[in-house]
Design a protein around this ligand. Sequence first.
Ligand code: PLP
Length: 437
Amino acid sequence: TATDLNVASRRAASASAFARAQDLMPGGVSSPVRAYKAVGGDPVYIRSGKGAVVTDLDGLEYVDYVGSYGPLILGHAPDTVLAALSKAAARGTTFGMPTEAESTLAAMVIDAVPSVEMVRFVNSGTEAAMSAIRLARAATGRPAIVKCTGCYHGHSDALLVEAGSGALTLGQPSSPGVPKDITQNTLLVPFNDLEAARAVFEAHPDQIAAFAVEPVGGNMGCVPPVEGYLEGLRSLCDEFGAMLLFDEVMTGFRVARGGAQELYAVTPDLTCLGKVIGGGLPCAAYGGRRDLMEQVAPAGPMYQAGTLSGNPLAMAAGIATLAELENPDLYGQLESTTRQLAEGLATRAERAGVPVQIARVGSMLCVFFAESPVLSYEQAVRCRTDRFAAFFNAMLERGVILPPSQYECWFISAAHDGELIKQTLQAAEHGFAAAVE
Ligand code: PLP
């Protein structure tokens, strides 16, 4: 149609960059959801970002709710982070020898996150979750782990089962190349279902090393824990001698400074962190009680290592970011901006006659195109992804860029101000109309 042609010519530079990339990299991208398979069209190529706004290769600007899928709680290119990075870079980018910055960031994490007494830095959330599972197995001498359907803990073999995020978006609940004998020790239960959790423990007594969970489901949209769920998991793990592992890669320093464990006042044995703690550079961590963490090499026998772990640039960006998050007003501001956005979206969806469920915890938000609240993967998969796709594309045309999947959270940053929220809500009037066209 004329509109399609118009869109294509407006984003000619993105289109030609993507055409080139597809010949060079599988699907043209470095991570699957970026390819826009779930929403159609070519991905927008980003040239730069500042605050809450990104600019594409064609010079078009967008209010950004991707936020690099979580790290950018202060927005793009915050001055303090840039200054810390250039200072660190001038001293050298990597040494493979210890630097003091590692202890500085470790101390900040330990100070903020209730359950964490010691940390080990790694390079991605995938590594953090994989290593924390290894530690739980080493500490308990047990083989099995429990995970919830729709929770994503990165793409390591044992955890890539009924995972959320891209696996859910692309309808690939598990992947070829993962042998059955690796996943036979991964037991699955629905999220937010304590009875199912008890049943799995009772069916496998003395076998379960850890119950791994995203305390707020963030990879099947945004799915808050129902009342008593996290507390119930805590008692089940105590009763059956298993580790409670909170994967706070997304929620850590996001839903509160101390993560979901602070917000819901439930203390896990082990915690995974990532995204925000690296301030936009590759960095993640796992941590927990001292007696557990002291089992990690070289203090203890559980092996885990990394050439670039604790990288000086990542540490510098993390320190600068976490320092800003010590501002007591910041989480209140994020909360009120996100509430304003959520309420505005709800009103406009209703006006357009589109049934949606707007789920939100702190500055994580999801507009589910669903008739009733989404509390699990089983409910999430019933969403109208066709309506999401139409909404997404209409928003894009009006200068608002969302994660290109019904099942990814929108991330609101401290740089999203009232004016940008207003702009977003104006676009959403058209977005919701397009969703029911
Ligand atoms: N765990 C959770 C809860 C996540 O949200 C993610 C990524 O989205 C991961 C683990 C994997 O992190 P990474 O993509 O850094 O490997």
